[in-house]
Structures are given as C-alpha cells and as structure tokens.
Design a protein around this ligand. Structure first.
Ligand code: PHE
Length: 505
C-alpha cells in the first residue's frame, strides 16, 4: 500500500496527472493490480491529496484454444495442408486419423472458404494456396488485446477462440492537499494529545460513514437489576405501589429534617454525605410544613419535647446525594397526608443511594436500597414483625430474629437477623421500625395513623445469589461484561434456610 502510494504520488509530482493507472508498471515493469491501486487511491483521496475517476475499458484476450491456434495455425489451414496437391486427394477417414478433433471443424471452414472439394468420400484442394487469416487475426488480438474489425472479434468469440474482459483503471490528478509525504492521520483524540495540546494542530482521519459497524450484541440486565426485578415482583404481588425514585439529588430537608434527624447528627457530617457544590441549595419547601418541622426539632410538640436546639433553615436547604431511599418515603408520606381523606397505603422502592464511605471489598460509595412502607390506622409492632416474616418468607428466609436498634426517625426500631446455616451464625439482613409521631404528625397525618417501614440492601443478596465476593466485581469499572452477559435471570431460592441446608447435607 505504502509503495503503491509513493509510486502514484511521485508520478503525479513528475507528470502532474496519471491519465490511466492501467498503464503504470511496478519496479519489475509489471502492470499493477488495479484493486490494490483503488485501495491506495481511496485512502489518498480521503486525505484530499489526490482526486481520481474510474476508467472502464475492455480488453480482448485469447482462450487456450485461441492461443494454440495463434501458435500452430488454424484448423482449416491444417486441413488444407493435409491434402496433397494434385488429383489424388485424401480420404476423410485418413484425414480424421491424422488431425483428430481439428479435422471436423477445419473441413467445415475450408469448405466455406471454397478451399477444398469432396468426391466419393475423398477431399481435394480447390485452390493453389491459402492465407491463414484466422491465425493472423488471433495474432493481432494476442499482441494488441484488440482488433480493428468488430465482426472478426464477434466471429472469433463465437468460435470460443477469444474473449472480452472488462477492465477498470483510474485517471488521477493532484488534490488540494497534494504532497509527496503521506501523513498518518489521527483517528481519535487521546489523553496524551489533550495534555500536550497536539489536538489543536493534529490532522484527523475523516469519518467513513459508509463503513459497516460492529454488529451490536444486544442488551443484558445487570445482576443487580435482575434481583431488583425479583424483589419488585414480591412487592407487587403483595399489593405495594412503587415510589418514584428518579431523583438522586435531594435536599437535606427531605433526606434528614423531615425524618426528625437532628441537624448535628453525625450522618450529615461530610464524612457520610456527598454535598452538592453547584447548585448547592434548594429553597422550595411547603411553608407550613417547614415551620412545623422546625418547631418539632427545636421545641417539640405532639407529645414530644424535641431536641431543643436552634434549627437552621440553611442546613435544611443544602443539596445532597440522597443517603437513603427513606428520603423518597418521607416525601411520599407528606403527599399522602395532603389528601382530604386518609387512605391506607403500601409503598416500595428499590434504587440507588450514596454515602461518602471508603471503598473496600464490601462497601461502595453508591449502592441500592430496598424499602417498604405501610401506612394504616392502628398498626402495631406485632404487625411489623408479622409482616417481616411474610416478606422474607417469600424469599425463602425464615427463622427471623429482631434486635432493638436506633434510628432517629423510628421508635421502636429493630434490626432484622436471619440464621445463616452456611456461616452458622445470625446475620443482619435489614433495618426496620415504626415512624415516630415527630415525623408523621407535622406532615398532617392523623395521630392514629401508624407507619411501619423497613429497608435492606440489594447488593448483599445479589452477591450471594451470583457467588460474587468482591463488590467491585459487581459494580464499577472492574466489572467483567461477560459476567453480566452470561449470568442467568434471578430466581430467589424459595428454600434458603433450614430446608436448603438440609438438602445440601
Ligand atoms: N433508612 C434506613 C437505612 O438507611 C433503613 C430504614 C428504612 C429503617 C425504614 C427504618 C425504616 O438504613
């Protein structure tokens, strides 16, 4: 390719144009392969170094039989020469013996030319001498690849002595960016080019919009999304409604304050929460509700003495990446409280949350939470425990234990444990509680409305399900895409506890 390109460029440099690349020859004096010429021209033309046009021409060549005849003479002349001059002539069978295949065809032609006559199955010469015009015509074609008489060409083609081939070659002239040196064009902007500033002057290869693309493989669901779908089905079959979780950026107000989480709570600290720089605040909150939240934090109400601190609006206005999906639950419950008449509600969500934690094999700065919320009058802690047994039972997780815990927004709060038969110990699988009146009543919910809620991570069950023990193999830049393509869809094992373990043994 490079050799061909420099041949084309140096020829253009010397002669200004190449009228026909079919006439160019290589270093050994041989004609060029026009397919390779086309490739070379195309790449030069993309760089605007040359312009070129296709030339179509035809070329006549001899068939093997034609070449033989050009060498040794035509069959008709062979027949004529096989017949002795004078009165004796030759018998047809003898001619056949001497000339084989050529005898038949040669006779026909010789008769047509009136060179011979026939009597009693013998052939005689009818003229003194003959000129082998066929051979002369064939020689012309052999040496010039053409013939001045079209009729001759048609006739010889009919006799399968010669054939026409179509030839494509090119006429070339200099383009606007003609040069003897072929510059290597960059195909992509690289990090190095950006750093060195080379991108400003670099020449880029033109896009070839005609090139065929790589066939797409089709999409594949990430394992987390497969497990999410399974959890979603459990919620939906239990009559839950999915909450709109399509906002990663949330105000501190809905993420913390609305949840009766005091402003000096360590979770708000820059260690755990990602704060936004630009825009850094949100100021649109329901005015009356905002006032009630401020009051319950600073002086209490609804039977509570509050925290007794100086609540600051500036703190509530700070925009953050939501640290839990309970931020969505608080906004949904506020909305529920605005309805004229209270209606029981069952909500769930499964989406991403963010925490400014150091990343290790089991922690990422972003992960997914599964959250369920049930609001109804007269719900008790017994309902929460009973409901947890049903919910986790649907996943095959039985034998639950509850341990008192603390959340600023629930009272009582319980961590949920399940016995892991493989690890032979109790493991924490979720967090739950009953939302406090200090959270619900400022929203406008009736004092007898109780809300039970729970949350768990999506990553842990997914990693167990797909046998992944480093979270960085599940999410982030180290993920093996083949793993995502090949993992089967998720069916949560309906027998995960004692029964599954009994089967194993
Ligand atoms: N928001 C809690 C967490 O992030 C989970 C939770 C949800 C707890 C609802 C109680 C009620 O861990």
């Amino acid at each position: 390719m490079e050799e061909l390109q420099s041949l084309i460029l140096s020829t253009l440099d010397k002669e200004n144009t190449i009228p026909d690349t079919g006439k160019l020859t290589n270093a050994e004096g041989k004609p060029l392969d026009q397919l390779a010429v086309y490739a070379a021209l195309n790449s030069l033309a993309l760089k605007e170094m040359i312009v070129f046009d296709a030339l179509e021409s035809e070329r006549w060549t001899l068939t093997t039989e034609g070449k033989e005849m050009a060498n040794a003479g035509s069959y008709e002349v062979k027949v004529f020469e096989a017949i002795p001059s004078g009165k004796t002539g030759i018998s047809i069978s003898e001619l056949q013996e001497r000339l084989g295949e050529a005898a038949k065809i040669g006779q026909g032609k010789a008769f047509k030319n009136k060179w011979i006559t026939k009597k009693d199955n013998r052939l005689f010469r009818a003229v003194e001498s003959v000129v082998d015009q066929t051979r002369l015509d064939l020689e012309t074609i052999l040496t010039t690849n053409a013939h001045p008489d079209k009729k001759v060409l048609t006739e010889l083609k009919r006799r399968k002595l010669c054939d026409k081939i179509k030839l494509v070659s090119y006429s070339v002239s200099k383009g606007p960016k003609f040069s003897l040196i072929v510059e290597k064009y960059a195909t992509d902007v690289t990090a190095e080019m950006l750093q060195s500033g080379e991108w400003k002057t670099a020449q880029f290869k033109k896009y070839n919009f005609e090139a065929l693309g790589v066939p797409p493989l089709g999409g594949h669901l990430h394992p987390l999304m497969k497990v999410r779908e399974e959890f979603r089905q459990i919620f939906l079959e239990m009559g839950f409604e999915e909450m709109p979780t399509n906002r990663f950026v949330e105000s501190s107000f809905w993420n913390f304050d609305a949840l009766f989480q005091p402003q000096q709570h360590p979770a708000r600290d820059a260690h755990d929460t990602f704060f936004l720089k630009d825009p850094s605040t949100s100021t649109k909150f329901p005015a009356g509700y905002l006032e009630r939240v401020k009051r319950v934090h600073s002086v209490g109400g609804y039977g509570s003495i509050g925290y007794g601190y100086d609540w600051q609006i500036e703190e509530a206005e700070k925009l953050i990446l939501r640290t839990h999906t309970t931020a969505v639950s608080s906004a949904m419950l506020y909305k529920l409280a605005q309805q004229k008449e209270f209606r029981p509600a069952k909500y769930f969500s499964i989406d991403r949350v963010f925490r400014n934690e150091s990343v290790d094999a089991t922690h990422l700065a972003e992960f997914h939470q599964i959250e369920g919320v049930i609001a109804d009058k007269g719900l008790t802690l017994g309902d929460l425990i009973g409901f947890m047994n049903t919910f986790f039972g649907k996943m095959g997780v039985k034998d639950l234990r509850f341990k008192p815990a603390y959340n600023p927004y629930t009272e009582p709060s319980m961590e949920i444990f399940s016995y892991h038969y493989g690890l032979k110990k109790w493991v924490e699988i979720g967090n739950s509680g009953m939302f406090r009146p200090e959270m619900l009543e400022p929203m406008g919910l009736d004092p007898d409305v109780r809300v039970i809620a729970w949350g768990l991570g999506l990553e842990r069950p997914t990693m167990i399900k797909y046998g992944i023990d480093n979270i960085r193999e599940l999410l982030g830049h180290k993920v093996n895409l083949a793993m995502i393509q090949s993992n089967p869809i998720c069916r949560l094992d309906k027998k995960m506890g004692k029964e599954a373990h009994a089967e194993e043994e």
